[in-house]
Design a protein around this ligand. Structure first.
Ligand code: DC
Length: 640
């Protein structure tokens, strides 16, 4: 599985131009397709969900032309879909599936609508029931109440009153409202139950109005599409920036200092998720807004916990759940039952992943409660849910972490992690690589102490792995066996020693036998993979000095300083000899030299992460330098 490892973050500041809103993009595309005339759609979101909609429209015979960049021309069909028989694959795009179901059911043709497995677990029965009241002929091809669907030409009875449930997904009401003008007669929709996610209905009504259909409404209960309503192209439509996507960057500013400014949405937005900024302000963040921008900064004395009804910001509220990790006290997010039927069961997913980081979490059918704690590194699963991936990136302010399957952000924000990196500052790394006994361990530890940074002796992890394998009776050549040992290695580091399963190892891992074993297991690719995240988890605030063979090339390729520290084999053998004698081991200089030369050859000749000087590493030859001189040189480079 692909993953992305995030170092601990120190701060956030900067400006982000947001990608287009998913909700607005897919509504505009559908209405442009149903309208009379050509529509030029500008700043459309480029993402999986909009691609599914564009593909579907093309399959249905709608003229779709890419004008370059984020701009498209859609030739509307005036309510008469050209292709009357088609099979559409809509991925996991709810904003394409629901409205297309409604429009195609009323347009009268023979259509099969399918999606990914998760789409087939997301309910659609209430929308189908609503459409059947108008005479639509819809069959379930799998489970009753869920996609895939088979739509056949029905006897559509225009007009009248139909009823639809509003308490599962507002997309049912959105789908019906957007499709009703196709019948040409007046029709009224009555909402049964409490309407959730009301702001999305505002987006629907505003977008329909842009295309010439003004819905009359009585509160959130009754919506009437007047007789003779039909969609007319407004010519050019600009898609607003995505307010849900804005939430991550505003939260970054609120946690990481700021200001972080987002452009593309602001005070004048039609998206309900701009209210996220108010929720963040309730947590103490300093918020500024303009007509089409917003900015957030951290409060002087930290964020505060909140107890909030989140019905009005269901998607952006997920961002509050991870921001809560940095607030004083327990945060409760209420009225979020809709999370359970989204890309994944978001309440369950959030609770599971927040707990992995060490937070205390309580979940109910429609709420989640988060109490922060000191965070610990963890690999976060993302459930093919873009928002889980994006909101957990905030946790990097508390700990280095791994995001599994990070490409799932492509659903709404393909370059999210690049933008994230552009406005955040990570704890810096000084990578010191070099051959055995070059003195890099001593130099690295002293540089770390001088800067107040953490220190990673990565060679020790390979040595501990070799020792643990030996103790478990696993052969050093057994790649799978040793990798399993490495993955489960129970090590802890204290000021003075390292412990394996709670017991200090002392010099045991420095013996010639374990040195040879370490070199052997370090050549096994699966072992290196198993130890990768464990090493990156040392990349904490305020910074890290790591020493080894592949610190600059593999483990920390973005290190702010890379040093290749070496000395002649003879000088190194002599240093090792002195060290061993001082520690009371017996030693033989010629044998040590031969052994070092063999180990150098193995470390540099292996296929995976071989020892070599990286193009961007600075060479430090210590043959004729004292330790102090070498340390000073590295410190001087680090200040440059
Ligand atoms: O640095 P050291 O001598 O303690 O390393 C022990 C062994 O582990 C050595 O043979 C090289 C290997 N190693 C590695 O392959 N990659 C690292 N980053 C660190 C050490």
């Amino acid at each position: 599985m692909e993953f992305l490892d995030l170092p601990q973050l120190l701060s956030a500041a900067g400006t982000v131009r947001l990608p287009g809103s998913k909700s607005i993009s897919n509504r505009v595309l559908l209405l442009a397709a149903l309208a009379e005339g050509e529509t030029e759609v500008r700043d459309l979101l480029a993402s999986d969900d909009t691609e599914r909609m564009l593909e579907a429209l093309q399959t249905l015979g709608i003229g779709v032309v890419h004008l370059g960049g984020e701009n498209w021309r859609i030739s509307g069909c005036g309510g008469r879909i050209p292709v009357r028989r088609a099979e559409l694959f809509l991925g996991n795009a709810g904003t394409a599936f629901r409205p297309l179901t409604a429009a195609l059911a009323l347009a009268g043709g023979d259509y099969v609508l399918k999606g990914v497995a998760r789409m087939h677990e997301r309910p659609i029965g209430d929308l189908v029931d609503g459409l059947r009241q108008l005479g639509a002929d819809i069959a379930y091809l799998g489970n009753e109440g869920y996609p895939p669907l088979h739509l056949k030409p029905g006897n559509i009875r225009p007009g009248g009153v139909l009823r639809v449930r509003g308490d599962v997904s507002s997309q049912f009401l959105t789908g019906l409202l957007m499709a009703l003008p196709l019948t040409g007669e007046a029709a009224t929709v009555e909402v049964v139950g409490e309407l959730i996610s009301k702001p999305y209905i505002e987006i629907t009504l505003a977008t329909m109005a842009r295309f010439g259909v003004v819905v009359q409404r009585e509160g959130w209960q009754r919506f009437t599409v007047p007789a003779g309503s039909r969609y007319l192209s407004p010519g050019t439509v600009y898609v607003e920036g995505d307010a849900s996507s804005a939430s991550y960057f505003l939260a970054l500013g609120a946690i990481g200092g700021g200001p972080v400014r987002v452009e593309g949405v602001g005070r004048d937005s039609i998206q309900g998720d701009v209210k996220f900024a108010e929720a963040l302000a309730r947590m103490g963040a300093r918020i500024e807004t303009g007509p089409n921008w917003m900015a957030a900064s951290a409060p002087a004395d930290g964020l505060l916990a909140v107890d909030l009804d989140c019905n009005h910001i269901p998607d952006a509220a997920m961002t509050l759940a991870t921001a809560a990790l940095f607030a004083k006290g327990t945060t409760t997010l209420r009225n979020i039952a809709s999370w359970r039927v989204k890309e994944t069961d978001r309440i369950a997913a959030m609770a599971t992943e927040l707990r992995k980081l060490g937070a205390e979490v309580e979940e109910g059918t429609d709420f989640i409660r988060v109490t922060p704690a000191a965070l610990r590194p963890a690999a976060i699963d993302t459930y093919d849910d873009h928002r889980i991936a994006m909101c957990f990136s905030l946790a990097a302010f508390g700990t280095p972490l791994r995001i599994n399957d990070p490409q799932c952000v492509a659903k709404t924000f393909p370059d999210y992690f690049d933008r994230f990196a552009a406005v955040t500052r990570a704890a810096p790394v000084i990578a010191i690589d070099g051959p055995s006994a070059s003195g890099k361990g001593t130099v690295a530890a002293r540089v770390a102490a001088a800067l107040g940074y953490a220190y990673l002796d990565s060679g020790a992890l390979y040595r501990l792995t070799a020792l643990a394998a030996q103790r478990a009776g696993v052969d050093w050549a057994d790649e799978k066996g040793v990798a399993a040992i490495a993955a489960g290695l129970d090590v802890s580091f204290s000021e003075s020693d390292m412990c394996l399963e709670g017991v200090p190892v002392g010099d045991t891992i420095r013996s010639e036998e374990i040195s040879a074993g370490a070199s052997q297991v370090a050549a096994l690719p699966a072992v290196r993979t198993a130890l990768l995240f464990r090493q990156r988890a040392f990349n904490t605030a305020p910074g890290l000095v790591g020493d080894g063979r592949d610190m600059g090339s593999v483990v920390f390729p973005r290190a702010k300083l890379k040093v290749f520290l070496t000395a002649t084999a003879e000088a190194r053998a002599e240093r090792r000899y002195k060290q061993l004698i001082e520690k009371g081991f017996s030693a033989n200089l010629p044998a040590l030299l031969l052994d070092l030369q063999q180990r150098d050859a193995r470390d540099s000749g292996r296929g995976v992460a071989p020892l070599r000087q990286e193009a961007d590493a600075r060479l430090l030859d210590t043959t004729s330098l004292t330790i102090e001189e070498a340390v000073d040189r590295v410190l001087q480079w680090s200040r440059e």
